[in-house]
Design a protein around this ligand. Structure first.
Ligand code: ADP
Length: 257
C-alpha cells in the first residue's frame, strides 16, 4: 500500500523517532525512556519524550514537572521543557489532567483521538530524537501511535524486558508486533538484571539472568545491555534528579549510557 506523506507537520524538525516498548507494565519502560533522554542530553542532543501511556503517565513525575501546564501557540501545544536550555521537552496526558493523580477512564476511540492529536499538534521544534514511551503490551494505542507516526519518519523500537521467562515471552510478542507494523527493532534492554549490593558490590540475580540477551541472539536483533536494580536509580527517579550526572560510578551507569 502506498504511504501517504504529510506535507508540513510539527514533526518536520524531528530527526529520529524511537518507540520504547515492553510486554508488561513495571519492567522499567519509562525508566529507560527517561534515562535514555538524559544520556542523549549529556551527549549534546535535543530530545523530546511523548508519553502515550495514557492510563499510567509517569514521565512528568520522573522529571519532577508534574505540576506544569501545557500552553498553546500558533503551531499547537507547546511541550513542557525540563531545563532552561530546552534540551529535553515532554508531552504527556499527565499535564492535561486537572490533578496529576486523576484516573483516565476512556474507551479506545477517545484514547486514539488523543494520540493522533499528540502526534499532529505538539510543536516540538528541532529535535535530534523523539522518544515515545508507550503503554505495556500491544494494544489499540500502539497501533494508533504507529499509524499516526509512520507517514512522517521511519520508526525504530527499543524493547525492554526483565530477565524472567514470562517477561521475555512478552517481548517475543512485541517482536512480532514490530515485524507486522514495520518497526525496525534497534535492540533489547534487560532491566532489573540482578541487584548489586551497595556495600560489598556482590551481584545477586534476584530473577534469572540473561533472558534478554538470549532472546536478542535468537531473534537476530542487537542486545543493548543489562541494567541492574539500583536503589540510587529508583530514588533519583522518585525525586526527578539526573541519575547519570550524579552517579557515574553506579553499576547501572554503563548500560544506561
Ligand atoms: P514501566 O514504565 O515499565 O511501567 P517504570 O519505568 O515506571 O516501569 O518502573 C517501575 C518502577 O521500578 C519505578 O518505580 C522505577 O523507579 C523502578 N525501576 C525501574 N528500573 C529500575 C532499576 N534498574 N533499578 C531500580 N529501580 C528501577
Amino acid at each position: 500500500m502506498e504511504e501517504v506523506v504529510a506535507e508540513r507537520s510539527n514533526l518536520d524538525g524531528v530527526r529520529h523517532i524511537l518507540l520504547v516498548l515492553s510486554g508488561k507494565g513495571g519492567v522499567g519502560k519509562s525508566t529507560i525512556s527517561t534515562e535514555l533522554a538524559l544520556a542523549l542530553r549529556h551527549s549534546g542532543k535535543k530530545v523530546g519524550i511523548l508519553d502515550v501511556d495514557l492510563c499510567g503517565p509517569s514521565i512528568p513525575r520522573m522529571f519532577k514537572v508534574q505540576d506544569s501546564d501545557v500552553h498553546q501557540c500558533d503551531a499547537g501545544w507547546v511541550p513542557v521543557f525540563v531545563d532552561q536550555e530546552k534540551s529535553i521537552s515532554l508531552m504527556s496526558i499527565g499535564f492535561l489532567l486537572e490533578k496529576p493523580d486523576d484516573a483516565v477512564v476512556w474507551r479506545g476511540p477517545k484514547k486514539n483521538a488523543l494520540i493522533k492529536q499528540f502526534v499532529a499538534d505538539v510543536a516540538w521544534g528541532e529535535l535530534d530524537f523523539l522518544i515515545v514511551d508507550t503503554p505495556p503490551g500491544t494494544s489499540d494505542e500502539h497501533i494508533s501511535t504507529v499509524e499516526a507516526l509512520r507517514p512522517y519518519k521511519p520508526l525504530g523500537a527499543i524493547l525492554v524486558t526483565t530477565p524472567q521467562t514470562v517477561s521475555v515471552g512478552d517481548v517475543r510478542r512485541e517482536l512480532t508486533f514490530c515485524k507486522k507494523t514495520g518497526l525496525r527493532v534497534l535492540g533489547i534492554v534487560e532491566n532489573m538484571s540482578g541487584f548489586v549490593c551497595p556495600h560489598c558490590s556482590e551481584c545477586t540475580n534476584i530473577f534469572s539472568k540473561g533472558g534478554g540477551e538470549e532472546l536478542a541472539k535468537h531473534a537476530g536483533v542487537p542486545f543493548l545491555g543489562s541494567v541492574p536494580l539500583d536503589p540510587q536509580l529508583s530514588q533519583s527517579l522518585e525525586e526527578g534528579r539526573d541519575f547519570i550526572q550524579e552517579f557515574p560510578k553506579s553499576s547501572a551507569f554503563p548500560a544506561l549510557t
